[in-house]
Write a protein of this length. Structure first.
Ligand code: GLN
Length: 575
């Protein structure tokens, strides 16, 4: 039976060094060497999962197929590798304490005092072992920075792991910062030395040190780090700042990271095939055209909140060989008494996207941006909340239901075109209770959505993550990930359909609207799911690919959309 090898990745000096990207890149490199891998993130916070956290606090909540609300690093892992992750791949202190306390209440510890060592650490070790079963390599990233009080039990558990599993099966990789001090014209190794010392005080001796720096570290600096930190000089790897995160696997490979890893772990693995990564890197460097997309939302000052969305737009650009400039625009800019109908930067965007979101702040501004896109025939993509608002806008301004709304924002609305899903009506606990994870959707023939998805159903092997398959009556079946409580109210379906609104994707039993679109518009599509969770640079999601393509066409002189100066402005209504 093959024995799993474990790579633990810790971070030091400061946060935001790109530990998640480094971990994901190691995943990509080991997969390219033909190894069967899994990845896991250990988060020291007490929340059971990030699902209930405010995006301003935590950034995006990434959703897996099995409906786990997880840390956004899992998004990087899925984008960089071919693996699909589950609930078990994101472990938090909250989950660990939750089960240890439950065990204690059930008398499992037989009268013993329940302590961090061994009870908490044993539970951490047990949960690290679960997803790694049967894999060649498990890559485990520890959240936070060495020295944080919260992460100590995790560090203690991974220290013990080496004793339990054997020296040749466990590798510690530490990521630090090597700053360049301009006035001294010198690269400084002291923060790295201190951080490694801190790690060693806990009993963890890293074998590989990845140094984030603005340039490749010269030999003397690597030798100095090697000497002071007790590692081999060729195990000091530079992680140089790169233009794109998708250059990182190639850059770490050039530095010899993956060959050092397989050497330390004593694994036989083929030389990596990095052709696809090279293709992507070359595409990203040689764009001739660009297209500007306006993302109108409310978490715009916190880019981490739209991580997967941001990346999916870049993937759509890769698929069309075009640079995507993303303008994040605060929808509240289009609200208030003194708003004069000026859409600012949005006016020069070739495509408009309203992403997912919760709560009523900024909603009226989003509705105005949607009217602007609809009336001026600017490609519009509504994701989750963006689809719900697309129907509210239509109900108000085309069907004439002036007070139509989602009951999320107006529980008393006379026209609840978006209402609470049936199985959400009795929910009283907030955590993990939304409609979460992957659900099937049937797309009808002769719709734009069908054309978009069928482009890749012809080549299913080239599209592992998003492959659509032919379903009954020549329709298409897809699976996409969800995170919502509200849905389109079927009581309004006929009225919408009668006036040219198309419900192109439904749940297989026909009860839930999953995709809607508008005829008489070049590209006006909303989806109740989050396609951004299934896009990757190697397999750009069909909806993003097509949205970027339509936005590019709207730049064309023969475009159907009026030039920015001639665009119609919605009438100033009370908002
Ligand atoms: N707030 C909406 C709902 O719960 C939309 C959620 C989202 O955009 N993810 O249905």
């Amino acid at each position: 039976m093959n024995k799993t090898k474990y790579i633990f990745i810790t971070g030091g000096v400061v946060s935001s060094l790109g530990k998640g990207i480094a971990a994901a890149s190691i995943g990509a490199l080991l997969e390219a060497r033909g190894l069967n891998i899994t990845m896991q993130k250990l988060d020291p916070y007490i929340n059971v999962d990030p699902g209930t956290m405010n995006p301003f606090q935590h950034g995006e909540v990434f959703v897996t197929d099995d409906g786990a609300e997880t840390d956004l690093d899992l998004g990087h892992y899925e984008r960089f590798t071919a693996i699909s992750l589950t609930k078990k791949n994101n472990l938090t202190s909250g989950q660990v304490y939750d089960s240890v306390i439950l065990n204690e209440r059930n008398g499992v510890y037989l009268g013993k005092t329940v302590q961090v060592i061994p009870h908490i650490t044993d539970e951490i070790k047990r949960r690290i072992s679960i997803p790694s079963e049967g894999k060649d390599v498990a890559i485990i990233e520890i959240g936070g920075t060495v020295g944080d009080i919260e992460s100590l039990p995790f560090l203690e558990a991974i220290r013990q792991f080496k004793l339990d599993k054997g020296r040749e099966n466990v590798l510690y990789v530490h990521l630090t910062l090597v700053p360049y001090i301009k006035t001294a014209e010198e690269l400084k190794t002291k923060p790295t030395q201190h951080s490694v010392k801190e790690l060693m005080a806990i009993g963890i001796e890293p074998s590989i040190i990845i140094c984030r720096a603005d340039r490749v570290l010269p030999r003397d600096i690597r030798e100095k780090i090697a000497l002071f930190c007790n590692v081999q000089a060729d195990a000091v790897i530079t992680a140089k700042d790169e233009d794109s995160i998708y250059d990182v696997p190639l850059s770490l490979h050039k530095e010899g990271l993956d060959s050092k890893i397989v050497e330390f772990l004593n694994i036989w693995a083929k030389t990596p095939d990095l052709g696809e990564w090279e293709r992507i890197s070359a595409t990203l460097k040689n764009f001739k055209n660009s297209v500007t997309i306006g993302v109108v939302g409310k978490y715009v000052n916190m880019k981490e909140s739209y991580k997967s969305l941001n990346e999916s737009l870049v993937h759509g650009g890769i698929a069309n060989n075009v640079r995507v400039n993303i303008k994040y625009i605060n929808s509240e800019d289009f609200e208030g008494e003194d708003w004069e109908g000026d859409f600012g930067e949005l006016e020069s965007c070739s495509g408009i996207l309203v992403p997912g979101g919760f709560g009523s702040r900024g909603i009226n501004g989003m509705l105005r941006a949607i009217t602007f896109a609809r009336e001026n025939k600017i490609p519009y993509f509504g994701i989750c909340l963006g689809m719900q608002l697309m129907t509210v806008e239509y109900a108000r301004n085309v069907l004439g239901f002036k007070e139509a709304n989602s009951v999320e924002f107006d529980p008393q609305t006379p026209h609840p075109v978006i209402h609470l899903m049936e199985d959400q009506k009795n929910v009283d606990r907030m955590g993990g209770t939304m409609r979460l994870g992957s659900f099937p959707c049937v797309i009808s023939k002769n719709t734009l959505a069908f054309r978009i998805y069928s482009k890749n159903s012809k080549k299913p092997s080239a599209d592992k993550k998003n492959c659509a398959r032919i379903y009954q009556d020549g329709n298409i079946l897809i699976n996409e990930r969800h995170r919502h409580r509200f849905e389109f109210n079927n009581g309004y379906r006929e009225k919408f359909e009668f006036s040219g609104f198309v419900f192109s994707g439904l749940s297989p039993d026909g009860t839930l609207v999953e995709i809607s679109e508008l005829i008489n518009h070049p590209w006006y599509v909303g989806c109740q799911f989050h396609p951004e969770f299934k896009s990757s640079p190697l397999f750009p999601h069909p909806l993003f690919r097509d949205f970027i393509s339509a936005s590019l066409k709207s730049l064309n002189p023969e475009k159907k959309t009026p030039s920015p100066a001639r665009r119609k402005k919605p009438k100033k209504t009370k908002a």
